[in-house]
Design a protein around this ligand. Structure first.
Ligand SMILES: [Zn+2]
Length: 325
């Protein structure tokens, strides 16, 4: 019997339910939706989660399709947990961060008992979901223009990194090493606890993009096959794969600010010094150019709000040849 939240799944059962994570200002319990596919045969636990950022909703449709159309518990070895909406406050407000305390929930892991709402919810997610998983697929998305890619951690045990890379290769998107700048990420915590983990970045926040859903479903089934939790061979995804080698990436931010013109194409090679974006004021006066600090491949223009930036806002992700790891 696999028990989690309101679910008690016998071997061979596939069930939906809820997990209580906090209480609201009206005293009501706040829950997140979860599903469990408990294989008839015992084996490892794989968690698919998303929605830490409330505008990244595509994981909801990916998990629904996996549950309703693809995952037969009779064929599964081990247990799959699906948790596509980890931050219900941000989802209801259609915001990236938790509106109640303005925290980015993907910067507060493993959470803290003494913190604000986001820290406390992260603590529950850590104890109830992450600490029970052997493998984690941590789903995020980026607004277009962007390519699809998967991030793996650089730190932690070499065996964990190797298995994470194997999962990412099976998933099918181009692979990037995580920058070390982001402390408190869910994936970083999982890797530090010896759990191989990957972060696929789908395209489109706020929308249910069919390409992301289709390739996300195939990618997750591929990871399950590569871990022998499902029978069968890894299927090729029908994505454009823009690079085969694992690359590093860097975030380029605005020093000044302005309305942002994109001057390069995502997925295309750029040369050191190429202009990637131009920021202008309201009447068109150029404020600054965002230049490629080295040669590489442009991944995305990850502007999170309007196509405009203030000082410090992210403008572009640039992939470049990885340093030896
Ligand atoms: Zn995200």
């Amino acid at each position: 019997m696999f028990k989690i939240g309101s679910i008690e799944a016998a071997p061979g059962a596939s069930l939906t339910g809820t997990l209580a994570v906090a209480f609201g200002m009206d005293g009501r319990e706040i829950t997140i939706p979860i599903a469990v596919v408990n294989g008839r045969e015992p084996g490892p636990v794989l968690l698919v989660e998303g929605g830490l950022h409330g505008i990244e909703i595509v994981t909801i449709d990916i998990c629904r399709r996996l549950l309703q159309e693809h995952l037969d518990p009779a064929a599964v070895k081990g247990t799959i947990i699906l948790a596509p909406q980890l931050n219900p406050w941000a989802f209801h407000a259609s915001t990236r961060v938790t509106p109640h305390d303005f925290q980015d929930m993907n910067r507060v892991f493993p959470g803290a008992d003494g913190g604000t709402l986001s820290h406390k919810v992260a603590r529950v997610i850590t104890q109830e979901l992450l600490d029970r998983a052997d493998y984690v697929i941590d789903c995020h998305s980026c607004n277009p223009p962007s390519i699809h890619f998967t991030i793996v951690g650089e730190d932690g045990d070499p065996d964990v990194r190797e298995t994470s890379i194997r999962m990412a290769r099976a998933f099918g998107y181009p692979i990037l090493n995580a920058g070390t700048a982001h402390k408190g990420t869910l994936r970083g915590y999982c890797v530090s606890r010896g759990k191989p983990s990957i972060t696929p970045e789908f395209v489109f926040s706020r929308r249910l993009d069919e390409t992301s859903i289709r390739t996300g479903v195939v990618g997750i089934l591929n990871v399950l096959k590569s871990l022998k939790m499902l029978p069968g061979e890894v299927e090729a995804t029908t994505m454009d794969v823009f690079f085969e080698d694992i690359m590093d990436y860097t975030t380029l931010s605005a020093r000044k600010g302005g309305i942002c013109s994109f001057t390069a194409a995502c997925g295309e090679p750029v040369v050191k010094g190429d202009t990637l974006a131009i920021l202008r004021d309201i009447w068109g006066t150029e404020m600054e150019r965002i230049l490629a600090p080295e040669s590489g491949i442009l991944l995305a223009y990850p502007l999170q709000a309007n196509q405009a930036a203030a000082t410090g806002d992210k403008i572009a992700y640039l992939a470049f040849k990885a340093a030896p790891h």
